[in-house]
Design a protein around this ligand. Structure first.
Ligand SMILES: Cc1ncc(COP(=O)(O)O)c(C=O)c1O
Length: 436
């Protein structure tokens, strides 16, 4: 079951007299123009005439063109997966709906259910814990390393029990988690390591691409990520032999890259770590795959641009030691610079990050508020977690969240914008130091 080109399994009816069209209704010129009108919205005068000209051209093209035949799991998906496997230097990669579904697919491999435990970093996005909570497993929160806000391997070790089935390190903002000790713990205790690489496509830890170090790694191509597949999408990597089954797990136990010999027998359960389990449907579309192939081709240039912006900001912010700027790449560690981690030293700044965030907000600098302590989310209180006890077990998380860190956006910013950010941060911290 090696990675072959996906075939047009359903509608390849050959020379039969009554062809079986791929879809009942094909996209006509109006549909295509609606899509184009959505992707390229009106900004200024002249748009309506330009739109009419393009519509005429599309009508003309329609006379000579034909529909793609397949819109799901065919050539574009296969091409994307091949390109991603090459870029990541790994063997098994499947294009799926989103990273959260990637976590689900990986956690089904260990038959995660009630009574099992999963260790996640205390600070991440709610998606990291969604599937464990959904199936009634217990989510255990590891405290963070205050400098990177990533999972602290020492606290992971303290929180492992006989019930721990998975550890989910999250490369928050694209900054690599210290994976060596996490992998050692996984090996020592026979626990699956699943990388939440939602922010991390293209990042590197000690010569390996992020998302290819653990047993599984899931990337997100949601619209706010460094590259996107038209708004939603994900890639799931598996580094063990189960990777052979990813295409089957992606679609109801079927692998469309092979010829289906017998529908009854070829729809199968999958051999998980602890026994058979049933697949679901996590397929994404050919159109989304095409969008991602295009953007993925530009990923290194995109990261490089972000890296330069991060370097510039860090250099400018380093003049005041009350400001703790984003760490920069080293020979071993390469971030995707998805987010810029800004911290303050509250004693030196004469005030904490909450004061600075307000000042930045008032001056038009967006803070990204999505990444907070998961145990503060209402869902956990409703599910009966003892959130006060969890809070006590994560002292660094409390300190950095309440007093020290925020995330700033760092995409495609102009020199002017970067200077505005740096000037405003420095001026705001200086005001705090003066007691204003
Ligand atoms: C840290 C983290 N993990 C997981 C996800 C979920 O990714 P997706 O939207 O592709 O499911 C996100 C999404 O933003 C995220 O920030």
């Amino acid at each position: 079951m090696s990675q072959k080109k996906a075939s047009d399994f359903r509608y390849n009816t050959g020379e039969t007299k009554v062809p079986w069209a791929a879809v009942g209704e094909n996209y006509n010129t109006e549909d295509i123009m609606a899509l184009l009108g959505f992707l390229m919205q009106k900004k200024s005068e002249g748009y309506d005439e330009a739109f009419a000209t393009v519509k005429k051209a599309v009508e003309e093209l329609n006379k000579y063109g034909k529909p793609p035949g397949k819109l799901s799991l065919a050539g574009n998906v296969a091409e994307l997966e091949e390109a991603a496997a090459k870029y990541l230097d790994t063997k098994y990669v499947s294009f799926i709906t989103n990273a959260t579904h990637g976590f689900e697919m990986a956690l089904k491999y260990v038959n995660l259910g009630p009574g099992d435990e999963v260790i996640v970093p205390a600070i991440t996005f709610a998606a990291t814990m969604a599937y464990p909570l959904g199936v009634g497993a217990k989510v255990v929160f590891a405290d963070v390393d205050p400098r990177t806000v990533n999972m602290d391997p020492k606290d992971v070790e303290r929180k492992i029990t006989k019930k721990t089935k998975a550890i989910i390190p999250v490369h928050i903002g694209g900054w690599p988690v210290d994976m060596d000790p996490i992998m050692e713990l996984g090996k020592k205790h026979d626990i699956m390591v699943l990388e939440d690489a939602a922010h991390a496509f293209g990042g590197v830890y000690k010569g390996k691409k992020l998302g290819t170090i653990g047993d599984f790694g899931a990337f997100s191509f949601h619209e706010v990520k460094n590259v996107t597949s038209f708004g939603e999408g994900g890639l799931l990597v598996c580094t063990n032999a189960f990777g052979e089954y990813l295409p089957m797990e992606r679609f109801c136990g079927l692998d469309f890259s092979r010829k289906i010999e017998n529908w009854l027998y070829d729809v199968s359960a999958l051999p998980g770590k602890y026994g058979w389990f049933a697949a679901g449907n996590y397929s994404s579309t050919e159109v989304q795959a095409l969008g991602l192939i295009r953007q993925m081709g530009r990923i290194d240039a995109i990261i490089e641009n972000r890296r330069k912006s991060a370097e510039y900001l860090t250099k400018r912010l380093s003049v005041n030691d009350a400001v703790i700027p984003q760490l920069l790449d080293t020979d071993e560690i390469k971030s995707t610079h998805h987010l810029y981690l800004l911290q303050v030293d509250p004693a030196k700044a004469n005030g904490n990050i909450q004061i600075l965030k307000k000042k930045l907000d008032d001056r038009g600098i967006t803070n990204i508020p999505h990444f907070g302590p998961l145990y503060k989310f209402d869902v956990l209180k409703k599910l009966g977690y003892d959130t006060k006890a969890i809070e006590k077990s994560c002292p660094n998380t409390e300190e950095v969240f309440n007093n020290r860190f925020t995330h700033l956006p760092i995409y495609g910013l102009s020199k002017e914008q970067l200077d505005y950010m740096a000037d405003t941060i420095l001026e705001s911290v200086a005001e705090m130091q003066e007691g204003k």
